[in-house]
Write a protein that binds this ligand. Structure first.
Ligand code: COA
Ligand code: AMP
Length: 630
């Protein structure tokens, strides 16, 4: 079938389409139907089926003759380690860790936070939870303890699985003190912490609460897979919203297994047994879907890469890994390719490796700029597919269905809507606009399987964030257009979320931190353009009357505060003291106008601006730190 036939079938008869797709996974009890309407625009998929995520990702492959195939290849230039784990070994490790969790009283429905770097044990921890029906929530290592504490309080984990440290180029990130501090700050306390001691930094264990990873597994009975309902949460993944409080996106078990399985061939064009590599981190949705579950559910070999695109040790690392491990499809963020391009513009490193195994490069996580795509096309000589999705959806909303029918690439477009996503461009009143016109990107409900049914403990927030603006639709928070050929273009966010090096961050959260500085009366954080990271946060702060300390002292403290409260991942390096913030007459801060001034772009004077003269003051101030040039 052609892409258009498949897509149309998914919209005309979603029930038949998704029941057929569901045949690809193993069920303990097949669902009686696919879609379950909960009323009031809430939907679930496969709710009355019984299934286990770990069985589908691991055990069934051992049963089907893939036991000796590599499930995980670990390649860690930061530690100088390479190893691989077969499906059979993975099954044994996971069953044993799951047994340790059971021995600690963790059972179906209990939450488990995972705070680990890019090591195979992070995947083992996720799968061990899935094995017993526990709900994992992985927290990215680049977040500070305060962010970890917020997540501990929101999902109230019974256990936390962590590593003693992570390794960033040139420094060891000691996870354990961050974890201890987070638990101290949180009102909720986990019963137990299981700690993987890494040789680069062993942590002190707290008696009565902390257990060593290996000791916790000694003498325990390996756990079997526990079937769970199709709508049982596989995991909670926190993502940034408009306010400081992160949103706990729920991933339903059956939907994500079915949808991810479908994508592996149809989008990523890999067959079981092929090596698939997503160079991301388990802390992000890409890591959940395409380092862990997707490739494993499909019987692929997944690569766990602990390193950076450059500097570990050079800009040829990606190409080495692809060549050495026979990677067929490679997925990363445009920012990573920009980093490589900046260091090795002529692609000399790439010349050192035989990349004949590679069939395509997939980019997502942020806008893929034409320069980056063209450079990658040139040096790799394979198709470069941009695709667009979100933590909320867990898989591609718009992409190139290369495995069923590769569509011509139009640079600047992530291509076309994937099955089940009825993507519409709406005007402010919620009416579809003409082809080529800009508007808010919305998806007609229901969303397909694997997408979020609601937010953890926050259905009201779910409705308010996604379902209220355009009744009957899911509001993506992105703006863009669809052209005459049905190709989608993503132009900008419609909210205060920014995208820094493919990481989704909330300017609202950073503003909350800055507002906590004793000398700051008012502030605004905006995302200005950054050649490498796409966007970079910039803070404008107004001081409390009477404060007359040197501005540089205060801005340095602001930078430190954001790093301490949110974490290094925020990459908040620039703060600027200004007299006043530009606002509308109703008091709304004109953030988009500040961005345009900083980026030296043309802008229309907002009709509702309170005092236009402030914009000149802001421009002058921005120039002092290198913005608004030209
Ligand atoms: N644990 C602790 N700290 C971390 C971390 C982790 N897992 N990941 C990043 N950090 C820290 C970094 O060390 C850095 O700290 P610094 O301010 O002390 O230098 C900070 O967070 C910002 O990190 P990063 O965004 O990685 O920037 P960078 O300048 O170190 O590297 C790139 C730039 C482009 C190489 C890097 O951003 C990159 O690899 N991006 C790809 C992003 C990606 O895969 N996104 C997933 C979506 S698909
Ligand atoms: P996250 O939830 O972290 O995956 O971030 C999702 C957001 O990143 C989207 O809503 C977009 O704003 C942005 N994004 C992701 N992929 C793309 C893409 N291919 N093109 C443009 N923006 C993207």
């Amino acid at each position: 079938m052609s892409y258009r036939e498949i897509y149309q079938a998914s919209l005309d008869d979603p029930e038949a389409f998704w029941m057929q797709a569901a045949e690809a996974i193993d069920w303990d009890r097949k669902p009686s139907r696919a879609l379950h309407e909960q009323g009031d625009n809430l939907y679930e998929w496969y709710a009355d089926g019984m299934v286990n995520g770990c069985h589908n990702a691991v055990d069934r492959h051992v049963g089907n003759g893939r036991g000796d195939q590599a499930a995980i290849i670990y390649d860690s230039p930061v530690t100088g380690t390479k190893s691989s784990l077969t499906y059979r070994e993975l099954q044994s490790h996971v069953a044993s860790l799951a047994g340790a969790l059971v021995a600690q009283g963790v059972s179906k429905g209990d939450r488990v936070i995972i705070y680990m770097p890019m090591v195979p044990e992070a995947l083992e921890a996720m799968l061990a939870c899935a094995r017993i029906g526990a709900v994992h929530s992985v927290v990215f290592g680049g977040f500070a303890s305060n962010e970890l504490a917020v997540r501990i309080d929101d999902c109230a984990p019974k256990a936390i699985i962590a590593a003693s440290c992570g390794l960033e180029p040139g420094r060891i990130v000691k996870y354990k003190p961050l974890l201890d501090s987070a638990i101290e700050q949180a009102a909720h306390k986990p019963d137990v912490c299981i700690i993987l001691q890494r040789e680069q930094e062993t942590a002190d264990l707290i008696e009565g609460r902390d257990l060593d990873w290996h000791a916790a597994q000694e003498g325990v009975t390996p756990a079997d897979c526990v079937p769970v309902e199709g709508n049982h949460p596989a995991y909670i993944l926190y993502t940034s919203g408009t306010t400081g409080a992160p949103k706990g996106v729920i991933r339903p078990t059956a939907g994500h297994l079915v949808a991810l399985h479908w994508t592996m061939k149809n989008i990523y064009d890999v067959d079981p047994g092929d090596v698939f590599w997503a160079a991301s981190d388990v802390g992000w949705v890409v890591g959940h879907s395409y380092i862990c579950y997707g490739p494993l559910v499909h019987g692929n070999t997944t690569v766990v890469f602990e390193g950076k695109p450059v500097g570990t040790p050079d800009a040829g690392t990606f190409w080495r890994v692809i060549s050495e491990h026979n990677v067929r499809s490679f997925f990363t963020a445009p920012t990573a390719i920009r980093a490589v391009k900046r260091e090795d513009p002529k692609g000399l490193e790439r010349e050192k490796y035989d990349l004949s195994c590679l069939r395509a490069l997939y980019l997502a996580g942020e806008r893929a700029d034409p320069d980056t795509i063209e450079w990658a096309q040139k040096i790799l000589d394979v198709p470069v597919y941009d695709h667009w999705w979100q933590t909320e959806t867990g898989w591609t909303i718009a992409g190139n269905p290369a495995g069923c029918e590769a569509m011509p690439v139009k640079i600047g477009s992530p291509t076309v809507a994937m099955p089940g996503y009825d993507v519409q461009i709406l005007d402010e009143a919620g009416h579809p606009v003409a082809a080529g016109d800009l508007g808010a990107i919305a998806v007609r409900l229901p969303l397909p399987p694997g997408t979020l049914p609601t937010l953890w403990n926050a259905t009201d927030r779910f409705r308010k964030s996604y379902l209220t603006t355009f009744p009957g639709y899911y509001e993506t928070g992105d703006a863009g257009m669809i052209d005459e050929d049905g190709y989608l273009y993503i132009m900008a966010r419609t909210d205060d979320v920014i995208n820094v090096a493919g990481h989704r961050l909330s300017t609202g959260a950073m503003e909350e931190v800055l507002a906590g500085h004793p000398d700051v009366a008012e502030c605004a954080v905006v995302g200005v353009s950054d050649d490498l990271k796409g966007q970079a946060p910039l803070g404008l702060v107004c001081l409390t009357t009477g404060v007359n300390r040197p501005h540089e002292e205060i801005t340095t403290e602001c930078v430190k505060l954001v790093r301490e409260k949110i974490g290094p991942v925020a990459a908040f390096k620039n703060a600027l003291v200004v007299e006043r913030l530009p606002k509308t007459r109703s008091g709304k801060i004109l953030r988009a106008t500040v961005v345009k001034i900083a980026d030296n772009q043309d802008f229309k004077m907002p009709a509702t601006i309170d005092d236009p003269a402030i914009l000149d003051e802001i421009r002058d101030a921005l120039r002092t730190i290198g913005y608004a040039q030209g």
